[in-house]
Design a binder for this molecule. Structure first.
Ligand SMILES: NC(=O)c1ccc[n+]([C@@H]2O[C@H](COP(=O)([O-])OP(=O)(O)OC[C@H]3O[C@@H](n4cnc5c(N)ncnc54)[C@H](OP(=O)(O)O)[C@@H]3O)[C@@H](O)[C@H]2O)c1
Length: 294
């Protein structure tokens, strides 16, 4: 059975993936930046009598990656599947995001997966096999207003994955991308929190756009999909022959993927404004009723 390394395993998709791969009989190395947060995963694993190893790994600390890779190989013998799952969201218009926030999102969502992948590739080449799964997003194929940093990080991840796939296929190493719709996880602030973070510029001309967009997300979260579905998809992808690059996780992702790749720029813009309900912003109109500022 495979040795599966997962980043950001203390919550959301990562936690579900650790449990699902363990149920599948794989050796799971569940990593997280703060192992004090492992209790919920450990408790769930205990209930099902699953064996999961927890290791500390901060994806913004690339200096630790070589040592981490060597540790995994020494302890478990190989790295067969790497799931680059850890990620953060920092909603905001470009003019409202300071450089530190922009860079943190890129460090976490793009440089982390790239450099961790680079650290395990020598081992996978030696094995002559491996599967690297990147948790992307619909924001990795479609740009919408109010989400510049996250979108940039996921587009970068998509492009690099598509290119890398052709660099390493000769060694039997596969790369796959997951596009997911909306799932109820901790990546979104809880409904009880302020819609916008405290430090969001009070006088920003984009404030109403970002606030309206976040309110829309909270509303959609009620009908959000189950993160366990994405974990089950990850197990299927790991068992696949690697010929498929993009894996939509749900019906919404499937529709967006098809529409985005099938349309010209004008059709794509119209479709994206429609699904994100931001046509009013581009038209210079007021926010739709019921979604105004508090
Ligand atoms: N939920 C959705 O609707 C959705 C849709 C499309 C794509 N995604 C993607 O799915 C992935 C997982 O997110 P999620 O929705 O499951 O949210 P989540 O519950 O917030 O999980 C994100 C995980 O990433 C970890 N993380 C953040 N920064 C890290 C760092 N520097 N080093 C190591 N771990 C770090 C978090 O750890 P801490 O608890 O320590 O912060 C957390 O465990 C992300 O890449 C996200 O972009 C989510």
């Amino acid at each position: 059975m495979a040795v599966v390394v997962i980043t950001g395993s203390n919550s959301g998709f990562g936690r579900e993936a650790a449990l699902e791969f363990a149920r599948n009989g794989d050796t799971v190395v569940a990593t997280m930046r703060n192992t004090d947060k492992a209790e919920s995963l450990r408790e769930a694993a205990r209930k099902e009598d699953l064996n999961i190893s927890v290791l500390g790994l901060d994806v913004t600390d690339p200096e630790s990656f070589a040592q981490f890779g060597a540790k995994v190989v020494a302890k478990f013998g190989s790295v067969d599947v790497l799931i680059n799952n850890a990620g953060i969201l920092r909603p905001g218009a470009l003019e409202d995001l300071d450089e530190a926030k922009l860079r943190l999102v890129m460090e976490t969502n793009f440089f982390g997966p790239m450099l961790l992948t680079r650290a395990v590739l020598p081992q996978m080449r030696k094995q002559g096999s491996g599967h690297i799964i990147m948790v992307s997003s619909l924001s990795g194929i479609a740009g919408l207003p109010g989400d510049v940093a996250y979108t940039a990080s996921k587009f970068a991840l998509e492009g690099a994955t598509e290119a890398l796939r052709h660099e390493v296929d000769r060694w039997g190493i596969h790369l796959s991308l997951i596009q997911a719709g909306m799932y109820s996880t901790q990546i979104f602030p809880s409904r009880d929190d302020e819609v916008l973070p405290d430090d969001y510029p009070a006088d920003s001309p984009y404030r109403i756009l970002v606030e309206t967009k976040l309110r829309g997300i909270y509303e959609s979260l009620q009908g959000a999909f189950d993160p366990a579905d994405v974990a089950r998809l990850m197990v299927r992808i790991a068992a696949s022959d690697g010929s498929q690059l993009r894996w939509p996780a749900d019906a919404v992702a499937e529709t967006v993927l098809k529409k985005v790749f099938a349309q010209d720029d004008a059709g794509r813009d119209a479709f994206l404004r429609d699904v994100s309900e931001t046509q009013w912003w581009s038209n210079g109109q007021d926010a739709p009723t019921g979604r105004e500022s508090v």
